[in-house]
Ligand binder design. Structure first.
Ligand code: SAH
Length: 215
């Protein structure tokens, strides 16, 4: 009997965790990056809950998107300097030889520099590769990607891995990226779980609205 009630309790807890994760995820997608910073600063427990839910979710996927980024970097020179926007537990930094600047709202690892990814403490043109792995959150995408553009060297690489279902109009998104100073180098839309997009910085972001940028 007690075995059954323990199992039931575990199942209920799983479902509650799932629901709270989805709720937090929704908040991150529908607010600005500053709202996200405030949310997690005011409620650090929410951040840890979010990460438990995130872990549980991606474990169900056939492949973790961050492994794709790891593979990409291992094929290229280890001398490339990387910025990981929304680094989570720093799996990327721990898996490659490159110097990786890790940015997130709360430090899950001592490697993390705590900041809002719309404003990272790096000089202009400081990195060769900028990464957003399941981290393009917030309604101020243009500002966030503008920040990635600022810290990237000319010709540098922007890698985006993002949940496939978030792309309503991929072509409009890629067109908007052109306006932000990024040309598409490759796109892998083959997974129904997540897309992997590779861009090269062609120049600074052009000002003005980029309407197709919505996710
Ligand atoms: N890139 C990691 C984690 C993805 S989860 C991986 O692939 O495993 C998304 C991460 O983005 C979370 O850790 C979340 O805290 C972070 N994040 C969301 N909004 C942010 C913001 N405004 N500034 C910095 N990090 C942010």
């Amino acid at each position: 009997r007690s075995g059954r009630s323990a199992a039931l309790r575990a199942r209920m807890e799983e479902r509650l965790l799932g629901a709270r994760f989805r709720y937090l995820n929704q908040q991150l997608y529908t607010g600005s990056s500053r709202d996200a910073a405030r949310l997690f600063r005011d409620d650090p427990a929410a951040f840890h809950l979010y990460h438990r839910g995130f872990e549980r979710q991606v474990r169900r996927w056939p492949e973790r998107p961050v492994q794709r980024i790891v593979r990409y970097l291992r094929r290229r020179p280890a001398s490339l300097v990387v910025a990981d926007f929304g680094c989570g537990d720093c799996t990327l930094a721990a898996s490659v030889k490159n110097q990786v600047h890790c940015f997130d709202l709360v430090p899950l690892s001592p490697r993390v520099t705590v900041c809002d990814m719309a404003k990272v403490p790096l000089a202009a043109e400081a990195v060769d590769v900028a990464v957003f792995c399941l981290a393009l959150m917030g309604t101020n995408l243009q500002e966030i990607l503008g920040e990635a553009n600022r810290v990237l060297k000319l010709g540098g690489t922007l890698l985006v891995a993002e949940v496939a279902s978030r792309f309503e109009d991929t072509r409009a998104f890629l067109r908007a990226m052109t306006q932000l100073g990024f040309k598409t180098v490759s796109k892998d839309l083959s997974s129904s779980y997540f897309y992997v997009l590779e861009f090269a910085k062609t120049g600074p972001a052009r000002p003005g609205p980029a309407p197709g940028l919505r996710l």
